[in-house]
Design a binder for this molecule. Structure first.
Ligand SMILES: NC(=O)c1ccc[n+]([C@@H]2O[C@H](COP(=O)([O-])OP(=O)(O)OC[C@H]3O[C@@H](n4cnc5c(N)ncnc54)[C@H](OP(=O)(O)O)[C@@H]3O)[C@@H](O)[C@H]2O)c1
Length: 176
């Protein structure tokens, strides 16, 4: 079976910050809805896969995880890490992509956090990046790396929209 291509989905602040103390420092319902639509939409009989680092898994409140309607894969070096039934454990990003590479899988998305994004961005099978860009700087302790020079090109940018005291837009990049 051919290798599975995947995309990254991330929301960053103006300084590329993505998280603080194991959570996201902003509340942006429109981004949660956008994230759900991008990662859930698949044709009948198919499903998408979301791949996340162990800390991102732990950052999702119990009542919202696993993310419904998607195959959830958690990446951890802990071979005995306990997960609910149906959630898959992988010892590396490549092993997660192997697990995800099934006939009934439509798309795969790496959804964080900082450690996994770093590896995913330089991975040869990463063909797209969805970035929600927030035009304000928050106090963050985790960042999203710069896009590698020349690897991706912008293919979509929404207008800026307003949420409380900051504005944001949706951008999409594809492999050049
Ligand atoms: N803004 C956004 O769009 C967004 C999205 C997601 C998350 N976040 C934020 O990002 C932060 C979490 O990011 P983070 O960088 O601290 O952690 P993370 O990437 O979510 O998880 C790190 C953990 O994943 C496992 N891992 C990572 N790379 C691995 C590899 N190559 N092989 C095997 N295991 C690997 C390790 O688990 P073990 O230690 O168990 O081995 C590692 O400790 C939180 O603040 C969260 O809210 C933001």
């Amino acid at each position: 079976m051919a290798k599975l291509e995947f995309s990254i989905v991330v929301a960053t602040d103006a300084a590329m910050g993505i998280g603080k103390d194991g959570t996201m420092p902003w509340h942006l319902p429109a981004d949660l809805a956008y994230f759900k639509r991008i990662t859930s939409t698949a044709p009948p009989g198919k499903m998408n896969v979301v791949i996340m680092g162990r800390k991102t898994w732990e950052s999702i409140p119990d009542r919202f995880r696993p993310l419904p309607g998607r195959i959830n894969i958690v990446v951890s070096r802990q071979t005995d890490y306990e997960l609910p039934n149906g959630v898959l454990l992988a010892g590396s990003l490549d092993l997660a992509l192997d697990l995800a590479n099934k006939d009934d899988v439509e798309n795969a998305f790496v959804i964080g956090g900082g450690q996994l994004y770093k590896e995913a961005l330089s991975h040869c099978d990463c063909t797209g990046v969805y970035i929600t860009k927030i035009a304000k700087t928050f106090a963050c302790d985790t960042v999203f790396p710069s896009l590698p020079d020349g690897k991706f090109e912008g293919v979509y940018a929404s207008n800026y929209m307003v949420n409380d005291d900051f504005s944001y837009c949706f951008k999409q990049f594809k492999l050049s």
